[in-house]
Design a protein around this ligand. Sequence first.
Ligand code: HEM
Length: 509
Amino acid sequence: MSSLHTCLLLSLILFIIFVFLLKHKKNHATDTTTHPAPPGPRRLPLIGNLHQLDLSVSHHRLWQLSQLHGPLMSLRLGLTPALVISSAKTAREAIRAHDLEFSNRPSLVGQQKLSYGGLDMAFAPYGEHWKQNRRISAENLLNPKRVQSFRPIREDEVSKMVERISEAAAASRSQLVDLSETLLFLTASLICRIAFGRNYLVEPEPRIHVLRSVREAMVVFGSICFEDHFGWVGSVVDKVTGLSSKLQRVFVELDSFYEVMIRDHLEKKREQEDRDDFIDVLLRMGEDRSGSVHVSRDHIKAMLTDIFIGATDTNAATLAWAMTSLKKNPRVMDKAQREIRSLVGSKGFVDEDDLLSLPYLKAVVKETLRLYPPAPLLLPRETTGRCILSGYEIRPKTLVYINAWAIGRDSEYWESAEEFRPERFLDSDVDFRGQSFELVPFGCGRRVCPGASLGVVTLELALANLLYSFDWELPEGMKEEDVDTEATPGNTIHKKIPLCLRAKVKNYA
Ligand code: HEM
């Protein structure tokens, strides 16, 4: 391209940005403001605060900024006004007094693509379609009775995981178990059997592609997509950075996985788990033209995305963080193992009845979710109306991040907040499913996670059996303090360096 062409192109881009900004300013000039906007870091023209965020919206970076500007902080991401909530007090006020205004989801490019245009539950705008999806999932998959009915599947998959680790340990004393990978396979297999009727990931070929796509989807969700903040001008930047093609690749990979499962169900090819699963229910609703709910093929795939990604990544990440924290804190590891082993004795397996008598194990799970909530910024929200919060004015269509990671370390509520000390939960009635705002790993308000019951029982069962069946040793030459806690960027935080430990089978004979 000649330099004249480049000049013309640049002038055109600058002109469009100028028109954008003018329009944006005009919209705001017509508003009447009664209260100041929340404080925030200084912005640069055009890009706002984007230069302070390193191409991804990271809970840690937002927390650092909120240390300087307060628990209610304004940002501007290009043309998008944003708000960050970083304390239990402000989260409580926002959700108790203004739940409705904070219940919408923004229409972000990555999330729209992977949710088939917001046809799912997690990224659907607040409204009838979203309510309907929550109802369908609650009635057919996530209510306490259904969750209880999946107990045999959970126990079977966890015991298969224990067997796999035992076999590997017997084959070679020095072999390390990649716990991050093992746990991702466990949680993905579990949700496949629970919701989709069989484990579609037994074969290595789909397993590698699908699990890699789940991870990449989370990274895409957490990345700054320029199209979201600069319209089509930004979409050119996303093409150049490779974000658009990555998103397309993840979409195609997951879409073909869902197509295989749906085809299987239509052709009744699968080995039945002796019951109708979630895909059967959705397909039946799709065939029923007389009902009030119209379920299209894309709607089904959008719902499968929520369930598959929602259940796989969060649970696997939390389990890996639990094992990391325990390995760094041998006193806690020892206490948790003694509790489990003295209750279960030589029975050979911790079952779900045993979990009821393991208060310390439950406290370990809570403490892990406090320090390492796998979705540290929950899922982004968008305000639907104007409201006043702590004396500041919040405008409609503001992108909202609730920093659950910062809230779990809020020193106003948590003594020695950085310490991994499960004892803090033994005599405490702090709820972790959205009622107590100082602990919100599952979110809060109307958008609270509908899969919390399934998530918690999976975490407790898997962790209990890992601690019961094995003693865990560090690789040669490594000390407890060397186990790192660095996290990957993305919507779900994983350990950057996979957790690899040596499993020594515990002999109860
Ligand atoms: C350790 C386990 C889990 C954690 C920590 C977790 C965390 C979360 C969080 C933080 C949110 C956003 C809530 C908000 O915006 O306030 C969420 C939403 C959601 N989760 Fe989970 N989740 C877990 C397990 C599950 C499971 C097992 C499923 C389904 C099988 C699931 C399905 C969903 C769905 C569909 C939403 C969207 C809800 C909506 O927007 O209405 N999650 N989850």
